[in-house]
Design a protein around this ligand. Structure first.
Ligand SMILES: Nc1ncnc2c1ncn2[C@@H]1O[C@H](COP(=O)(O)OP(=O)(O)OP(=O)(O)O)[C@@H](O)[C@H]1O
Length: 586
């Protein structure tokens, strides 16, 4: 089994060459930390001069220059370290974000669907952003705050070993307090991170469901999930502050109490004659104060815990396995489901013993009650999920053996709900391809949407989402059809593609779909039986499988569900209603 890498090691691997900026920053920070010692040394020299009567103006000027110079150099180096660390950190952030987004594009959609949008947003936004805090601030600060006191301690050791060791007592106590604090907080940190991720999820849901919330006049209070998530987050952080507060206060007190030891003990050493007055004063001032430099380390601790949790979450996304390898897309485009069993949760089978054969160039309709498994069938063909048993074949090849990217390139899907990105109309049709305006317009013409687009203020350059260019459901659907026409994939899946059709654009959408389907193998999820007019054969999905396949009359004869559904559809079509002054067909 491969050994799990530490979050820090992982992070350095992800950032690649940018880590050299981090190393430079740490080096500058280290030298800056070394400079911490110089002012203390300067003070000691002053005290020695007073004690030895060598105190002159020239000496004071030189010593002051040494102290101020070292402080100045220390801050310049610390600033330069910050510049290097920020440069590296922002490049690293960009790299990690691109890496996660690239990976997400390669993982099966099913695996992403299992995670909420909010959870993914938290990783992409907050968790990765925390890396900036770590790389740009925490790492160089850690070095600087540690190196200073270490160097001063070494210097104190050279002056007097027993007193130098005594000066460490506050540190030992402070470390013990810090240990207790982390032991107490470790359980809560996970809960705190979870509550933030949950709040994000709920917030995304809240914003996307704004229409519904307004329609039903649900304020934030009545949207219980939202207020519960806010309260949970509040309560976790409150509990955390309460639990950490006393430890935090104890840490500060302990680290500041060096004088309580150094003055009486140093005094005793001096009175006994084992140290000179200047050494006593050095320990009384420097020996009792130098550890306070590590005070900010305590804040770094909690920040580290959050960063490492963020790295772990990012790793979880990067660990979702992608479909690698595989052969080219087959030349023949018939589709077959052979004895398929599939379950989303591994417990309840949505499909079992399911068989279906769609010939190359055929148009097959999937009909069935809501929840029967129609969309599941198409998700298996486009390999959003893998079957648990049996096979899904295209051109006789198992989809698992076809290169995933090639599979996605050769299957076009028009979903029930069209998603338009916040980009120009042309980019919404191109979808990342290099198609020329001429090619895009040709596709849009076939999709019966060119005239509408040309009537927009900026034609194909009109930004989707700007106030003047809100699209109706039917218009969006025809843009989606134009996308699919431009993609020109040999296999086409239409999931309720006519759902947004109203009487005015029904004819246009029908024409667009007819153009789109030419020469393709097509599977249409026909929730409305009016969609059957463009299909050759019908497959009925019911009882977790496909029970009938064939032409309309045959399926009607052998399948009760379809027979009833068709009768209801015909009744509805011929239904007449009373208008003032006459009778009309619906
Ligand atoms: N991501 C999922 N996780 C778990 N269960 C799911 C998931 N998607 C669908 N299901 C379940 O699988 C079953 C089949 O759903 P599917 O969406 O395939 O039905 P459908 O025939 O397309 O329904 P409709 O006509 O209402 O769209 C349903 O019971 C549904 O609740």
């Amino acid at each position: 089994m491969e050994k799990k890498k530490s979050p820090l090691k992982l992070l350095l691997e992800w950032v690649g060459r940018e880590k050299y900026w981090m190393y430079l920053s740490i080096l500058l920070s280290l030298i800056s930390g070394l400079c911490t010692m110089i002012p203390y040394y300067g003070i000691y020299r002053l005290m020695e001069a007073v004690y030895n009567n060598t105190f002159t103006t020239e000496f004071v000027m030189k010593d002051a220059a040494l102290i101020f110079g070292s402080i100045l150099i220390r801050f310049i180096l610390f600033g330069a370290s910050g510049v290097a660390s920020h440069k590296g950190a922002y490049r690293a952030l960009y790299k990690v974000r691109c890496m996660v987004v690239d990976h997400m594009a390669k993982v099966p959609l099913g695996a992403l669907n299992e995670r909420s949008t909010g959870e993914i947003k938290t990783v992409l936004n907050e968790d990765i952003e925390k890396l900036e805090l770590f790389l740009a601030h925490n790492m160089p600060e850690l070095v600087c705050y540690l190196v200073g006191p270490i160097v001063v301690f070494i210097y104190l050791l050279t002056v007097n070993v027993p007193l130098a060791l005594i000066s460490l007592i506050p540190l030992v106590l402070a470390l013990a307090v810090m240990g207790c604090m982390f032991a107490g907080a470790s359980g809560m940190m996970g809960r705190a991170n979870k509550s933030v991720a949950n709040l994000n999820s709920v917030m995304v849901e809240y914003i996307s469901g704004m229409k519904l919330i307004k329609a039903y006049n649900m304020g934030s209070k009545s949207f219980q999930k939202f207020s519960a998530a806010v309260q949970e987050e509040n309560s976790v952080w409150n509990q955390m502050s309460k639990k950490m507060g006393p430890f935090y206060a104890a840490f500060i007190v302990v680290i500041e109490c060096g004088m309580l030891l150094m003055i009486p003990l140093g005094g005793m050493f001096f009175l006994k004659g084992s140290i000179t007055a200047s050494i006593f004063l050095l320990f009384a001032f420097v020996g009792s104060m130098y550890l306070t430099e590590i005070r900010p380390l305590q804040e770094l601790g909690s920040s580290f815990a959050q960063v490492l949790a963020g790295v772990t979450k990012t790793e979880e996304i990067l660990n979702i396995s992608t479909f690698e390898g595989g052969t080219d897309f087959p030349d023949k485009h018939d589709i077959e489901l052979r004895n398929v069993r599939f379950s989303y949760d591994g417990k309840t089978d949505v499909l079992e013993h399911c068989n279906l054969k769609v010939d190359d160039g055929e148009r097959m309709a999937l009909v069935g009650r809501s929840g029967a498994g129609k969309s599941t069938v198409i998700e298996l063909i486009s390999r959003f999920y893998d079957v648990q048993e049996g096979e899904v074949l295209i051109g006789g090849k198992n989809v698992k053996d076809i290169n995933y990217e090639t599979l996605l390139q050769n299957v076009a899907i028009v979903f029930q709900k069209t998603f338009l990105t916040r980009d120009s109309v042309i980019e919404n049709i191109r979808m990342g391809t290099n198609a020329t305006l001429k090619e895009v317009r040709a596709a849009a013409k076939e999709a019966q949407i060119d005239n509408f687009i040309m009537s927009l203020p900026n034609g194909y350059d009109t930004k989707v989402g700007s106030f003047s260019s809100r699209f109706s459901g039917g218009e969006k659907q025809r843009i989606a059809i134009a996308r699919a026409i431009l993609k020109n994939a040999p296999i086409l899946i239409l999931d309720e593609a006519t759902s947004a059709a109203d009487p005015e654009n029904q004819v246009e959408i029908d024409k667009a779909i007819e153009n789109l389907c030419k020469g393709k193998t097509v599977i249409i999820v026909a929730h409305r039986l009016s969609a059957l007019k463009m299909c050759h054969r019908i497959a009925v999905v019911e009882h977790h499988t496909i029970t009938s396949v064939g032409f309309h009359e045959k399926v009607r004869k052998e399948n009760d569900y379809y027979n009833h559904a068709w009768t209801d559809y015909e009744t509805a079509r011929n239904m007449s209603y009373q208008l003032e002054g006459g009778t009309k067909n619906a």
